[in-house]
Design a protein around this ligand. Structure first.
Ligand SMILES: Cc1cc2nc3c(=O)[nH]c(=O)nc-3n(C[C@H](O)[C@H](O)[C@H](O)COP(=O)(O)OP(=O)(O)OC[C@H]3O[C@@H](n4cnc5c(N)ncnc54)[C@H](O)[C@@H]3O)c2cc1C
Ligand code: SF4
Ligand code: SF4
Ligand code: SF4
Length: 504
């Protein structure tokens, strides 16, 4: 060993493309996965403890498992791809429900549904898990998350509530396996944390076999700890040790012993980590179970059940009276806000990613890249033929009812002759004021001249059209009679092809 060929050592790429470029979110997956313990997260950065090229000639691991690298993405997606529903902005899933802990005190402490805390506590008590990876609050700086290995229910309770700063949960996962010898671990993290763990699973890293269940949180972004706390100290004269907790509503709320400060997001958005600006995943698309707020409902959470294992575990907790559920279809506002938040995060991230590509010459993580696989497949073989359409004369209110029931975010609009005149989207509908929705026809929000594809074209042609016109779907038209629609293809359909190809 001891080759001087540094180019085969992934750390060099990790350092250049992720760490130095400011994309690291301090998850600690690189530290946990490194075979020679060469890396350590400390003081908000990744430190190299020794030169690993002295130990190994070749090692692709740390860059591969980093959630901000393009490696292993499709293989990671395949862990959830068996779910029956695939939605463009919330990913693959079995079911979406509203849920809350039956213990009211827990809900008060969490300021949400306390679903995560209840599920973890139940799992530990019933020995379904032997440990859980959680983010507790640092004793002398309660806003700061401390990633820890929870072994008993009290450890889980002390992690209740969200902390809006990076947490090195993947590093804690490594400690659970190496330090505590745990083999049935429940993991909680934001989408990039879950992706890091899925990448380890895709890599078949030896520590990934101890993962029992992943609970992913919804995430708009995390703040730089030092920058945001500095800002709060300077602007509001509040020291970090005086902060009791922080929460997100329409504003960012900082609670101290004697005061509540409500900060507009626009004032602090510059302190969000750079990686979050190109992150497309709002709902932890790769988790077994995803949990987020159920705004405007206060003490409920939105729960997305993605894998069979996640669904079985969740309903076991429901049957045992730990968590109660409610039908999300009865709360159309919650569903609308969820889809819009996910859609806005994705489209902002894609725009930012394009800008970054121009500056750095490469694209940060995006879930779909051009691929040979796409060139092999004909449009007619993958288009959805049984398309849900809407007539041009229904109201925006009626359109939103269809969105809530069918869960797609866009629908072809047909004129009286049954010909497609364009596409109406949830995004455009939501811009119409509530009071006017009843009297506004859907044709008013229809994007006319939709992008068209034809049955003989390839999936790669379709992908290029989507990129060129910056759209997520194309209508498939009959080449002989272009007023006749034969089907529709979305970007998610293309990703599904690649995911299935990666599985084989
Ligand atoms: C950084 C961040 C941003 C979020 N953004 C949104 C959003 O925009 N919209 C939305 O609907 N929901 C968002 N959430 C999720 C939301 O705040 C709740 O965490 C989620 O609804 C679960 O609620 P609960 O009451 O079931 O959780 P609880 O029972 O209170 O449990 C919360 C769990 O979160 C874990 N946790 C706390 N902070 C972190 C952290 N920094 N990193 C990893 N794990 C952590 C704890 O270990 C704990 O187990 C965000 C969460 C975080 C951490
Ligand atoms: S030995 Fe560790 S630091 Fe070096 S390339 Fe491999 S994972 Fe990265
Ligand atoms: S794996 Fe995590 S800690 Fe390591 S460079 Fe990537 S984001 Fe940072
Ligand atoms: S926005 Fe994305 S990159 Fe940023 S913390 Fe959340 S999941 Fe990670």
């Amino acid at each position: 060993m001891g080759s001087n060929n540094d180019s085969l050592i992934a750390y060099n790429v990790l350092k250049k493309k992720i760490i130095n470029a400011g994309f690291c979110t301090q998850c600690g997956a690189c530290e946990a996965a490194c075979p020679v313990s060469a890396l350590q997260i400390k003081d908000e950065k990744v430190n190299r403890l020794h030169d690993c090229s002295k130990d190994l000639d070749l090692c692709p691991i740390c860059y591969g498992v980093c959630p901000h690298s393009e490696a292993l993405l499709l293989r990671s997606l395949s862990f959830v791809a068996d779910a029956p529903v695939r939605n463009e902005v919330v990913g693959y899933y079995r079911k979406i429900v509203l849920a809350q802990a039956t213990d009211r005190k827990l809900r008060e402490q969490s300021r949400g549904g306390a679903v995560v805390t209840s599920l973890l506590t139940y799992g530990i008590e019933k020995n379904i898990f032997d440990s859980a990876i959680v983010s507790q609050a640092e004793h002398d700086n309660p806003a700061k998350p401390k990633a820890s290995v929870a072994l008993v229910p009290d450890d889980i309770l002390s992690a209740i509530g969200s902390k809006f700063f990076p947490s090195s949960v993947a590093k804690a996962y490594g400690s659970a396996v190496y330090g505590y010898g745990k083999t049935k671990i429940a993991f909680v993290g934001v989408p990039c944390h879950v992706l890091a763990l899925r990448k380890m699973e895709a890599w078949q890293h030896k520590i990934s076999g101890s993962m029992k269940i992943t609970i992913g949180l919804f995430c708009f972004g995390t703040f730089s700890l030092s920058n945001l706390l500095d800002h709060i100290t300077k602007t509001y004269k509040v020291k970090p040790s005086e902060i009791k907790h922080m929460r997100l509503s329409s504003k960012f709320v900082v609670q101290t012993e004697h005061d509540v400060i409500r900060i507009p997001m626009s004032e602090i958005e510059d302190h969000i980590l750079p990686s979050c600006r190109t992150c497309t995943d709002f709902t932890s698309e790769l988790a077994d179970i995803s949990v987020g707020s159920a705004y405007p409902l206060t003490d409920w959470s939105t729960v997305i059940l993605r894998t069979k294992a996640g669904e079985d575990f969740f309903y076991e907790a429901v049957e045992n009276g730990i968590v109660s559920t409610w039908v999300i279809e009865k709360e159309p506002n919650v569903m609308e806000r969820l889809i819009i938040a996910a859609m806005q995060k994705r489209s902002a991230a894609l725009k930012e990613a394009k800008k970054i590509e121009e500056v750095y010459g490469y694209l940060p993580v995006l879930m779909l890249r051009e691929s040979d696989e796409l060139a092999q497949i004909k449009v007619e073989d993958i288009m959805t033929k049984n398309v849900t359409t809407v007539p041009e004369d229904i109201s925006v209110n009626q359109f939103l009812d269809i969105v809530a029931r069918r869960r797609h975010i866009a629908y072809p609009v047909l004129n009286k002759n049954g010909e497609p005149i364009g596409i109406a989207t949830l995004e455009e509908a939501s811009k119409i004021a509530q009071a006017s929705r009843k009297d506004t026809p859907v044709s008013k929000i229809t994007r006319t001249q939709p992008v068209a594809a034809y049955p003989g074209e390839t999936a790669l042609d379709v992908f290029r059209k989507m990129e060129k016109h910056e759209v997520g779907r194309v209508l498939v038209l009959d080449p002989v009679n272009p007023k006749k629609m034969l089907g529709i293809i979305t970007k998610t359909d293309l990703m599904h092809i690649l995911t299935n190809a990666a599985k084989t």
